[in-house]
Write a protein that binds this ligand. Structure first.
Ligand SMILES: Cc1ncc(COP(=O)(O)O)c(C=O)c1O
Length: 454
């Protein structure tokens, strides 16, 4: 189905010496237990298809699509060539008051995948930038149509919306917020939807919790709708540990937003481009937001890129004033970067050629049965899944939250499988080209490690 480089060739090529323990001081590592890492570095130096290789030539199965982004698998020839050719042809073009053809071609293709209403695209370079862009669009939109008191934005507990100040303000992961001061003013949060007492070991969407959307009514009663610009949620919360929306929750949130003139923003940085078995969570759950953020899978993770999809009415609200004046004063030097656009066009072709935007739906039953076989292992307090994403929640070690999860993650890597850890939750989200044998390897390795660490 896809053209991996021959693993034996790759392993032979990977003849670099063992990872250096010194010479690793200068790089300040992102979201890493850095002191532990330097004692025991985990380096990756090659990738192809479903696999990574360490500098010593050890093969590691990619159980999380890099970081929820390499949806078509690694080093895909079409994408690699598109990037190389683009770099030679047009390396950079200024995006302000200028353009290049592929940026327009890509936008037209992208909006064919989104729900029909979301037909305008703004390019960023990351999910974090997409989130901050969407928040500005929401607040600016109300102001442009003469409703400038609507400046408040509502996030949700346990939400992850990247690391910029807007994103951590609406985000709800305390570790990412607590040391950074007051952040954006006028933000509030809905309650999260995670309820293990009622929903543990659910396959797919939890039965209980639709009424948690009514929390928005509580915030409307507290602040008044006339002060609220938008609500932002991940339709399926990924980074916090894979929390699926309870049945009916998203529809209810949509209805309450409509009732009060509040914009609904879906952060689809993880769910976008096929993770759940449809192109987007919006299409999967049949609920269309007013703004939608994406990144990661938009370029198969090969070149940094993010985007915001907006309803036309939101876009059009900005289109006023003298024609020589910038209507939306926002953008990045690398918005619509030619390499990112080329990578994304080739990525979309690869997705279409191989049916990858719906492949998670085909593989979901195999994946679901495999991950739920972990129920009953020591310390496993929940397993949850949808499409090609799943989480296994472990009991924390008393007084050492996160330690059990971290140890499981490290040991899985030692045994040749890359999973993701967040606290004591192990998440798996393999590339969408995954086959049943890879799923077996991932889940049996995780099972062995959970038993070994019990
Ligand atoms: C839902 C969501 N929003 C935003 C982001 C931030 O994206 P980035 O790391 O590209 O800035 C992420 C990253 O995982 C995410 O999962």
């Amino acid at each position: 189905m896809h053209k991996d480089l021959d693993p034996a060739t790759l392993a032979a090529q990977a003849g670099a010496p063992s990872a250096p323990q010194s010479g690793m001081e200068a790089f300040w590592l992102p979201f890493t237990a850095a002191r532990q890492f330097r004692q025991e570095p985990r380096l990756l130096s090659k990738a192809s298809g479903m696999h990574y290789w360490t500098p010593e030539g050890r093969q590691v199965l990619d159980g999380c699509a890099g970081l929820w982004c390499v949806n078509a698998g690694h080093a895909r020839t079409k994408i690699v060539q598109a990037i190389a050719e683009q770099a030679a042809e047009l390396d950079f073009a200024p995006p302000f008051n200028m353009g290049h053809p592929k940026a327009f071609e890509l936008a037209e293709k992208l909006v064919k995948l989104t729900p029909p209403d979301l037909n305008r695209v703004f390019y960023t370079n990351s999910g974090s930038e997409a989130v901050d862009t969407a928040l500005k669009m929401a607040i600016g939109y109300h102001r442009m149509r003469g409703d400038g008191a609507r400046t408040r934005v509502i996030g949700r507990e346990r939400g992850y919306h990247g690391v910029n100040f807007g994103g951590i303000s609406v985000g709800g992961m305390v570790g990412n917020r607590k040391i950074y001061g007051p952040m954006l003013p006028g933000v509030d949060h809905l309650r999260h939807t995670h309820d293990l007492t009622k929903n543990a070991f659910t396959r797919g969407q939890p039965q209980h919790g639709a009424e948690l959307a009514d929390d928005l009514e509580r915030l409307v009663a507290l602040h008044d709708a006339s002060t609220i610009a938008a609500v932002i949620v991940e339709p399926m919360a990924g980074s916090t540990g894979v929390l699926l929306p309870p049945k009916g929750y998203l529809d209810r949130l949509r209805a309450i937003c409509d009732k009060h003139g509040i914009l609904l923003i879906f952060d689809e940085v993880i769910t976008g481009f096929g993770r759940l078995g449809s192109p987007f969570a919006a299409t999967h759950y049949g609920v269309t937001p007013d703004l939608m953020t994406v990144a990661k899978g938009i370029t198969n993770g090969c070149v940094p890129m993010g985007a915001v999809f907006a309803k036309q009415a939101i876009h059009d609200a900005f289109m006023s004033g003298p024609e020589h004046v910038v209507e939306f004063p926002h953008g990045y030097t690398y918005s619509a970067h030619p390499l990112a656009c080329a990578a994304s066009l080739a990525t979309l072709e690869t997705y279409a050629d191989e049916g990858l935007l719906t492949r998670a739906a085909t593989m979901a039953p195999t994946f679901e049965n495999a991950v739920h076989s972990l129920q009953g292992l020591p310390n496993v307090i929940d397993v949850r899944n949808t499409g090609l994403v799943a989480a296994v929640e472990l009991t924390p070690i008393a007084g050492q939250p996160g330690k059990r999860g971290f140890d499981v993650f490290v040991e899985c890597f030692q045994r040749g499988v890359l999973v993701r850890v967040t606290g004591d939750i192990i998440a798996m989200s393999p590339p969408l080209i995954v086959e049943a044998a890879h799923i077996d390897q991932m889940v049996s390795t995780l099972a062995d490690v959970i038993k070994a660490k019990a």
